[in-house]
Design a protein around this ligand. Sequence first.
Ligand code: TXA
Ligand code: MG
Length: 320
Amino acid sequence: MVEIRAVGDAMEMALALLESGDVVAIPTETVYGLAADATNGVGVARIFEAKGRPRFNPLIAHVADLAMAERIALFDPLSKRLARAFWPGPLTLVLPQRRGNDIHPLVTAGLDTIALRMPRGFGGELIARLGRPLAAPSANSSGKISATTAEAVAADLGSRIRLVVDGGATPVGLESTIVKVEGAKLRLLRPGGIAAGEIEAVAGMALLRGAEGIEAPGMLASHYAPGAAVRVNAGKIARGEALLAFGGRRAEGWQGAAALRNLSVTGDLREAASNLFAHMQDLDRTGARTIAVEPIPFDGLGEAINDRLSRAAAPRDKIA
Ligand code: TXA
Ligand code: MG
């Protein structure tokens, strides 16, 4: 059974759940978020599982202050000015990641950029207490509208999560505005809680518009696509292929694989999701021409894992 606890009474339970790699629904000024420790791959996998998302969309990492943000990403002067003007608040900045940060690759769906935002109120305090950023998409199941009350979160996700922190109705009521600096230009990726005009006033320039399609990371030109060809649902491994394995039984011919990574020896899809991007990158780095992937079931997180793999396997001219 899910517990609904008022903000004044929820901090310790929320911290304990996050520390144990679980998810918590929290109020922010925009909409309720379904949060997990952004450095914990299993916790982040649980977000996708609870939402029933058929895809690994990149998530926003929420920070407590600018110092935490700068440990994660590289700020150009304009992004810094926008952060100073609008944080904490409903502005999300997409920035290049700082190399070697401890954000789990499932948060960014393997991208080399990251979306960052500093929320007001309980969320900000929770992140400061945890000392680590929180990954949090809107707290609704996939395909439903974002929840703006604790009751709406509980009604939708209550059977799949332990705690909803109740901060009342969210004041803004729609998601954050997402922008990205592109060279000397500034692009609006998603309209949201801060009007474009307010951002333009601070930036001193007009926003570029019309880059839809950020919902699907596989469509982004900047998305990590392996150099190797990817062959999914491989029942037989050819000599010299790199093998992305799943579960306890190996596909025929596995002994000839040039390299092997197992997403989950025990066949745990949550563990597999958390390992997906790192293992793909490891195998790609070996220089093998093909990564053969053993069959992965489609239930639970398997759907999103298979979606991501089939994108990686698609002809390259379809990706960019
Ligand atoms: O107000 C909000 O932004 C809420 C609260 C909980 O903070 N969060 C939210 O998250 O709306 P979500 O996951 O529902 O939407 C995040 C959006 C998605 O459209 C995703 O594609 C985009 O951010 N996004 C995340 N990382 C990105 C990146 N590196 N580049 C481009 N778009 C990105
Ligand atoms: Mg959403």
